[in-house]
Design a protein around this ligand. Structure first.
Ligand SMILES: Nc1ncnc2c1ncn2[C@@H]1O[C@H](COP(=O)(O)OP(=O)(O)OP(=O)(O)O)[C@@H](O)[C@H]1O
Ligand SMILES: [Mg+2]
Length: 369
């Protein structure tokens, strides 16, 4: 666990970079610091590995005040990844990654073996190991940066805008890669970004900082989207807050209708102008029809499995469907029923208001621990 206890960092010129920060990052979870430029994200992060010392308050790692630790020993347990990867340009990829194990006393051979192992874990093949950083793409360089931070297998990982220098597609790939790695590594990670989407995608918890280095809200992504603490947080979450929130709602208990689902034979007798879903004898969807003799006239598009897909995915399916309905199937792909876009948004609204009243109740207020 990493604990900030009323931490302040001010500079002689009067700038207050971080103002009274108090929060806990539970062991094995990923916390994101997010906020506009200059709000103190990097400063807060660097106070965890003592690259910056607070002017007031304490930072504790595993319950111990880090002022009592030798910074070099402290940093052995803390990997650090920065934007543009910060690789040594004159060392090969494998040597970049092997640097930390070497510093920790591993033999050359051992260190290289460790390096090859972590490179594979972040999705980089052997063929890239002998290249120099300049011979890699931006996304590959970031992966090397992550590999280097992981090479000593530190329990804590600090990441300062690790994916902000790569294009949006690679960025999404790297985010998914990090989530996959974290699901097996369970490190204690603090990641800084100014991208709220990245924060919501990656964070178990998200700390929203406002200018002046003040914590505006510290909550799970779902709690942030459901109940932003104030106008600043709501504004920062952006105009698509409602749709983003829908990705946290389950499609498990949606009211499904079976009435517009017909067999191929019955499809010959349906009324014109109304959409029907045609299924085969095994209940697998064939297509939408809006008149007799036009069976399978429009493709079904994407189906959803109740309880598996989010409401956001269900709404997406409905919007793209010719009939305005999303099609629910069981695990074997057999149709269970359909639901309209209006019914999906109604379900989302009712889930939202029940969560909101849940958040307002005394049992759920206060900082998540
Ligand atoms: N040595 C310094 N002297 C005075 N002010 C400083 C110093 N270092 C940082 N600051 C100020 O502290 C504030 C917080 O800086 P910090 O780098 O933590 O912001 P940030 O949230 O990481 O911003 P960005 O998103 O742009 O990286 C800024 O206003 C910055 O100008
Ligand atoms: Mg910064």
């Amino acid at each position: 666990m990493i604990t900030f206890d009323d931490v302040e960092k001010s500079y002689p010129d009067g700038t207050v970079a971080v103002d009274g920060l108090t929060l806990e990052v539970p062991t094995g979870t990923l916390t994101v610091f997010v906020g506009p430029s200059g709000c103190g994200k990097t400063t807060s992060l660097r106070m965890i590995n003592r690259m910056i010392e607070p002017t007031r308050g304490r930072v504790l790692v595993g319950g111990r005040d880090i002022r009592d630790e030798d910074p070099r020993i402290l940093r052995r347990g803390i990997g650090y990844v920065i934007q543009h990867a910060g690789l040594f340009p004159h060392r090969t990829v494998v040597d970049n990654v092997a640097t930390v194990p070497r510093l920790l006393g591993a033999s050359r051979k051992q260190a290289r073996a460790t390096a090859m192992d972590v490179l594979a874990r972040v999705g980089l093949g052997e063929e890239l190991a002998q290249r120099y950083p300049a011979q890699l793409s931006g996304g590959q360089q970031q992966r090397v940066g992550v590999a280097r931070a992981l090479a000593a297998d530190p329990p804590i990982l600090l990441m300062d805008e690790p994916f902000s220098a790569v294009d949006p597609v690679v960025r999404k790939e790297l985010q998914q890669e990090l989530l996959r790695l974290q699901s097996v590594m369970a490190k204690t990670i603090v990641l800084v970004t100014h991208d709220i989407d990245e924060a919501i995608t990656l964070g178990d918890r998200v700390a929203v900082l406002r200018p002046g280095g003040v914590l505006a809200q510290y909550a799970t992504p779902e709690e942030l989207l459901t109940a932003p603490a104030d106008e600043f947080v709501a504004g920062f979450l952006g105009a698509e807050r409602g749709v983003r929130l829908m990705s946290f709602f389950s499609s498990a208990d949606l009211p499904l209708r079976t009435q517009p689902v017909v067999t191929q034979r019955d499809a010959e007798r349906v009324d014109s102008g109304r959409w029907h879903l045609v299924v085969d004898d095994d209940k697998r969807p064939l297509g939408w029809t809006n008149g007799p003799g036009r069976s399978e006239s429009s493709s079904v598009g994407r189906t959803f499995v109740p309880g598996h897909d989010s409401l956001r995915a269900v709404l997406d399916a409905a919007v793209l469907s010719p009939s305005g309905h999303a099609v629910a199937v069981d695990g074997d792909g057999r149709v269970i029923g359909v639901i309209s876009g209006e019914e999906i948004t109604a379900a989302a609204r009712s889930l939202h208001s029940s969560r909101q009243s849940g958040l307002d109740s005394p049992a759920r207020t206060g900082k998540p621990r």
